[in-house]
Design a protein. Structure first.
Length: 145
């Protein structure tokens, strides 16, 4: 396929330049990434279809409605105080609503800027790039050339 040395050198040089440009592109994209300040608030909630959960919510809503009707009907008379029961039911509703919301991971891949990496991390990055280039050139040398 490629018999003369000029074509082989050109192919290796182009492959190296493509690899270097890919590394710079990844670095620039990583530095430009800014995580939103309200990442937890900007994540939309996902509806969960759970018939048992909805049945519990419906029964709690019915009991709240029944209690509110009783309180509204007995406003003229001195009725017993249902505030403890209503607060307990509202706490249960809040717990069920929290269980219905999915847990989301708010960490991102680029929380740490490149200037914050330690010397060891920088050396490991350079070593991995050199090792990757050697593997890439070995593959080209053995299988393509």
């Amino acid at each position: 396929m490629l018999k003369d040395n000029f074509n082989k050198i050109c192919l290796v040089a182009i492959a190296f330049l493509v690899l270097v440009s890919l590394c710079f592109t990844l670095k620039v994209n990583a530095e430009e990434f800014d995580a939103p300040a309200d990442a937890a608030e900007s994540v939309p909630s996902v509806q969960v279809y759970d018939p048992d959960l909805y049945a519990k919510l419906d029964s709690l809503q019915e009991s709240v409605n029944a209690l509110s009707e009783v309180i509204a009907a007995d406003t003229q008379n001195t009725a017993p105080d249902y505030t403890e029961q209503l607060s307990g039911i509202s706490d249960q509703l809040q717990i069920l609503a929290e269980q219905a919301e999915p847990e989301t991971d708010t960490t991102s891949a680029f929380d740490k800027s490149f200037s914050e990496y330690s010397l060891v991390e920088n050396l490991l990055l350079i070593l991995s790039v050199i090792l990757g280039f050697n593997v890439f050139s070995l593959i080209i040398k053995n299988f393509i050339l």
